[in-house]
Design a protein around this ligand. Structure first.
Ligand code: HEM
Length: 514
């Protein structure tokens, strides 16, 4: 700047600020000001960038992780293309490791012990779900409650997944499974070539969920529309999204899909109330809920609007659609890849069903299928649908002897690596349902079995989800022969909110029962 002033004398500062001189000097003064402005901006931005690095390094301290963060976006690109290999790389760097995305400081925990600690320290950390969840679910959804309001709200919903209630859902699930598997068989009779069953499984799961949740209060075409649109929601469930839901972004599309689903769910809630007023028999979760609210001994809140009920049902769909589809897909893959396990499942089916495959399955029959239950448990351990659960620290969290996670950080326990801990699950790479049959260390294994999370936010749908996957597998392998056509991508994992085999699980299906 000094040299340019020397070269251009007219740019020198005026010796007089007399009113008449002022206009003559204005352009030169303006040019100088622009130069200053650029310099100031460069210095300011440079300082902010340096501060960003200092802040990151200060929070990270000695934890493994990138020494410097990419300015502003951090590891955003990685979170756009999540891969289990990248996560494993990060987890393998240490029990705790750090990174940053869009200025969100993230600490990842890879061990069973630390993950359990995070999930069971509600005074330090609370769930924050993935970044897009608040926009997709709406900020006033009950799943964002914490502390006592969360416990109270959840208490009012527990009854919807109690044994009595899920005993009423089982026949709906059984009918849905049979309807879809018959359709699969029909389609494979027309075209027997191998093809992925991931999407048909997602449709089956959405249909089952909507029938269980809304029963007759939602028309067939609405269920189809929600199922079709739901993929937009799944696609938006990245760990960290582009922060603004602009048209064309994944989050924007997900919000549009939620609006469609919510319209139908609100209508269903209204229909359910009217049906219960008429004295109809409860046929679904919504009916169960309305009846529970009207029970004489019920002590909680009763003023649930259709909109609020719809939001709760939507939260169940949101929490379950991807996880359950993943659980079912990997269940089928594990059974098809382990014929000795499949043979035992079929032998048990024959015994418990007494050879009568037309007879609807009851909860009592399912209780007798101990080997099938072990298969479901092991399949979810080997390929946990939810690989990690994002929490955020509400205050500085002394998580280990030598590290305190700063307040406001994202803290992510890894369920995936926790379930691969060889001290709790010997030979974790092996698919061994037998490990769940009368184990000597049952209590220890259950404590560390984090497929459903742990602590006050542990999955509310655990029993229902296990039952649903067991039912799907039991009826699936009874009705169909499934040949897994292995591709180079069969054993690779694709993370689309949850885990799926990268090739979508190529199957050839033929009818097993005449
Ligand atoms: C295979 C299927 C499923 C898996 C693997 C799964 C897993 C999980 C996990 C890991 C959490 C977080 C727990 C924590 O923070 O400690 C969770 C929470 C939750 N899940 Fe599931 N889930 C499944 C199915 C379902 C189903 C079927 C429903 C409901 C119908 C459901 C409803 C919920 C809800 C509402 C929460 C939040 C609970 C709270 O904050 O109190 N999930 N689930």
């Amino acid at each position: 700047m000094a040299s340019s002033m020397r070269e251009n004398p007219s740019a020198s500062l005026p010796t007089s600020t007399h009113a008449f001189n002022f206009p003559a000097h204005l352009p030169a003064f303006g040019a100088l000001s622009n130069t200053n402005w650029v310099t100031t901006t460069v210095v300011l931005v440079g300082t902010l960038l340096v501060l960003e690095q200092i802040r990151y390094r200060y929070k990270k301290r000695h934890l493994p992780g990138p020494a410097f963060t990419i300015p502003i976006i951090g590891k955003f690109v990685n979170s756009l293309y999540p891969s289990i290999e990248n996560y494993c790389k990060q987890w393998s760097t240490g029990d705790l490791s750090a990174l940053s995305v869009f200025h969100i400081f993230i600490v990842m925990a890879s061990t069973n012990k630390l993950s359990l600690k995070i999930l069971n320290s509600p005074s330090y950390a609370e769930p924050c779900l993935v970044h897009s969840a608040r926009k997709v679910l709406k900020p006033n959804n009950w799943v964002f409650l914490v502390g006592k309001p969360h416990l109270d709200y959840r208490k009012g919903l527990n009854g919807l997944f109690a044994r009595k209630a899920i005993g009423n859902y089982i026949s709906i699930q059984d009918q849905c499974n049979r309807k879809h598997f018959n359709r699969w068989i029909e389609e494979y009779t027309k075209d027997p070539s191998a093809r992925p069953i991931m999407f048909p499984t997602r449709h089956l799961n959405m249909d089952t969920s909507l029938r269980v949740f809304c029963g007759p209060h939602i028309p067939e075409y609405a269920a189809q529309e929600i199922s079709d649109k739901y993929w937009a929601i799944t696609r938006a469930l990245e760990l960290v999204n582009f922060p603004i839901a602009l048209p064309g972004t994944k989050v924007y599309r997900a919000v549009q899909a939620r609006k469609v689903a919510m319209r139908w769910l609100e209508l269903a809630a209204g229909h359910s109330k009217a049906a219960m007023d008429r004295g109809d028999q409860p046929e679904c979760l919504l009916d169960e809920w309305v009846m529970q609210l009207r029970a004489p001994d019920y002590k909680g809140r009763t003023d649930f609007s259709n909109d609020e009920m719809a939001m709760v049902v939507f939260s169940f769909l949101f929490a379950s659609q991807d996880a359950m589809s993943s659980g079912l897909v990997y269940g089928f893959q594990h059974l098809a890849d382990h014929p000795e396990v499949l043979a035992k499942v079929r032998e048990e089916q024959e015994r418990v069903r007494c050879g009568d495959y037309e007879k609807p399955i009851t909860l009592e029959m399912l209780d007798e299928m101990k080997y099938l239950q072990a298969v479901v448990k092991e399949s979810l351990r080997a390929k946990p649908p939810v690989t990690m659960v994002p929490y955020k620290t509400t205050k500085a969290f002394p998580i280990s002897e030598d590290y305190t996670v700063p307040a406001g950080a994202m803290l992510i326990p890894s369920l995936y690596t926790s379930l691969q801990d060889p001290d709790v699950f010997p030979e974790p790479d092996k698919f061994k349902p037998e490990r769940w049959i009368n184990p000597t260390n049952q209590a220890e294994m259950n404590k560390h079995y984090m497929v459903w999370g742990s602590g006050v936010h542990r999955c509310i749908g655990t029993e229902y989800a296990s039952m649903n996957i067991a039912l799907g597998l039991s009826t699936g392998v009874s009705m169909m022969n499934m040949e897994h056509v292995v591709t180079p991508e069969s054993n690779e994992i694709e993370i689309i909110a949850t885990m799926f085999p990268k090739d979508g699980l190529h199957m050839k299906i033929t009818p097993r029962l005449h």
